[in-house]
Design a binder for this molecule. Structure first.
Ligand code: KE4
Length: 427
């Protein structure tokens, strides 16, 4: 069924005269799958409607924040109540205490937390903190890892940058890139070699404990524990970027599942419930380096914004309800089982990497364990599937190397409809 997209196309035409590529983030440009992006008008629960009135079951969930689905009534009510008291003060508010307490209680590795307005700010600040605390210049990240668009992190980045085939961004100077060392995910030797070659110069290792930005790639047994040992042995900090995985794969994130305690954690997405919130936090002695207590400067007009805090507080309160993560798990298991059956019937190779309610469909029959095997998968096959599923009323990530998400409000009917749509899309 050919989608009627006239209004989207008109809006996109205008958008391209006003904003680079007509979007405010390249991840929305559909450059990785081809075609023109749809403009969304409304979301409710697990469904979204585009401006032409086409309805979709949504598995993008705004790239992860909407674990409770769109416009959750209790989150909306909390935001409305907050906004009636004023949008922003540039002064401390009780809401910040409340969300900080929820976050610190959920992450035993975090004695203190600092709120910012995006995951990028969280990653950027965590790096500066590691350099300030250790006095060392270099950082280690992983090929295919994405931690936001701070200069030092746009070196062999994953997510949008990788999908666009531009692992190094224009405008990132050689001086920035030289202090960023790149290792291979799930390859401890590649990290050890960097420590040996840069003795006493590495401030930190920043890692997505479950990679989400090269598609989902779980840590192999011993990988995170190995990073913990290497960083301790070399007096470097271990930073877990849990912007996607925090409150996603468990209330206490990947560090709860794998039992590895980082020195610093970055959070974002879910803790804002769809509003702009990021955070970084960790051991007391490390966080006391942060201004105004210590010498590492970091600031922000809308950091800890009370309206955004209200959305985050209500979201985390709802996620604390017993059984929520079991429900997410059973929904995700049902969905992946349906996908596997449909792909098997159509004799199309498929490898699903999944942890909890985040997953990626890789068009390959081979194991996907890191950036090289990710890039060996069939991106074009995914792009064709993406468009066919759209025609069938299912909205997947408009890029092969991203995660898709199940929310608490995806119903059995949604999952059955998605599996049926898959059969038709592959037919
Ligand atoms: P933001 O600045 O987009 O809030 O967060 C950056 C970031 C940091 N760390 C991780 C692990 C992330 O996944 C992200 C952002 N994720 C991408 C999608 N995978 C955001 C989509 C976009 O850029 O539009």
């Amino acid at each position: 069924m050919q989608l009627q997209r006239r209004k989207s196309q008109e809006l996109y035409k205008t958008a391209k005269t006003l904003m680079p590529g007509g979007v405010n983030s390249p991840a929305r440009s559909w450059k990785g799958v081809g075609g023109d992006p749809l403009f969304m008008a409304r979301g409710k629960g697990s469904h979204v409607w585009d401006v032409d009135g086409n309805e979709y079951i949504d598995y993008v969930d705004s790239w992860g924040p909407l674990i409770l689905g769109h416009a959750h009534p209790e989150v909306v009510a909390a935001v409305k109540q907050a906004v009636d008291n004023g949008m922003s003060f540039g002064a401390p508010t009780e809401a910040e205490n409340r969300l900080a307490a929820l976050v610190v209680d959920a992450y035993p590795s975090m004695d203190m937390v600092r709120f910012v307005s995006s995951g990028t700010e969280a990653g950027m600040s965590a790096l500066r903190l590691a350099r300030a605390f250790t006095g060392r210049p270099k950082i280690v990240k992983f090929d295919g890892g994405y931690h936001g668009h701070a200069d030092a992190l746009l070196v062999a980045a994953g997510s949008g940058a990788a999908t666009h085939g531009t692992p190094d961004s224009a405008g990132v100077t050689a001086s920035f890139a030289q202090d960023t060392l790149v290792a291979q995910y799930n390859d401890l030797d590649s990290v050890e070699r960097l420590f040996k070659a840069n003795k006493n110069h590495i401030a930190c290792v920043i890692v997505e404990p479950i990679a989400g930005n090269m598609g989902v790639v779980p840590p192999q047994p011993g990988f995170l524990e190995g990073l913990r040992k290497l960083t301790l042995d070399h007096d470097a900090l271990l930073i877990f970027d849990e912007v996607i995985t925090g409150f996603r794969v468990a209330y206490g994130g990947a560090q709860e599942i794998f039992g590895v305690k980082p020195d610093v954690t970055c959070l974002g997405k879910i803790i804002g419930g769809g509003m702009p919130v990021g955070a970084y936090g960790g051991r007391q002695d490390i966080m006391e380096t942060v201004s105004p207590l210590g010498p590492m400067y970091q600031a922000g007009t809308l950091s800890g914004n009370p309206v955004a805090m209200a959305a985050g507080i209500k979201t985390l309160e709802l996620l604390k309800r017993p059984g929520i993560y079991d429900q997410l798990e059973s929904k995700a298991v049902k969905l992946t089982g349906g996908f596997q059956a449909a792909f098997q019937k159509a004799e199309v190779p498929l490898r699903i990497n999944r942890v909890g309610s985040m997953m990626t469909l890789f068009f390959t029959q081979d194991e996907v364990t890191g950036w090289p095997s990710v890039t060996a998968s069939d991106k074009e096959g995914y792009a064709r599937f993406f468009h066919r599923m759209l025609e069938e009323g299912v909205y997947l990530a408009p890029a092969a190397f991203e995660s898709m998400f199940v929310s608490t409000v995806h119903t059995d009917a949604d999952i059955e409809a998605t599996v049926k749509a898959t059969g038709r899309a592959l037919g």
